[in-house]
Design a protein around this ligand. Structure first.
Ligand code: SF4
Ligand code: SF4
Length: 124
């Protein structure tokens, strides 16, 4: 069954749509690539001749490498928000795609934050 809760007012409390196990998660068009500027090459991965945002994180909770996770504040935010790809701009909070993303992946951000917290603890 889907996730029926309304999305939070603030996307930094969710970030479900920035999570994916697919290399083809967020398409980077030519315009998107230019907007990324000098960072483009490090943020992008190529699948044949198409560009996508590179993934980071551990298996089962992989996310876009531009996503910045703050375990202490329990927030997740896009570090390139002003320059993010068009596909990210088109995803409207509380729209159909947002609900679908949350239904599929709402638990992954919390899992990723927890992994970082427990890693930080083990380094003490
Ligand atoms: S899934 Fe919806 S609420 Fe969550 S970060 Fe994306 S747009 Fe925002
Ligand atoms: S570019 Fe930003 S908004 Fe788009 S998937 Fe990556 S972190 Fe999320």
């Amino acid at each position: 069954m889907g996730h029926r809760e309304d999305p939070p007012e603030d996307c930094t409390r969710c970030a479900a749509c920035c999570f994916s196990e697919s290399l083809r998660h967020a398409r980077v068009t030519g315009d998107d690539y230019e907007r990324l500027g000098e960072e483009a090459e490090s943020l992008v991965t190529w699948v044949v001749n198409e560009a996508f945002m590179r993934l980071a994180g551990s298996e089962g909770a992989q996310h876009c490498s531009a996503l910045s996770l703050e375990p202490a504040a329990a927030t997740l935010s896009c570090s390139i928000y002003e320059r993010r790809p068009q596909v990210c701009r088109d995803l409207e909070r509380a729209g159909g795609a947002c609900h679908a993303e949350r239904a599929a992946k709402a638990e992954r951000p919390a899992r990723a934050l927890l992994t970082l917290t427990s890693r930080a603890r083990s380094y003490r």
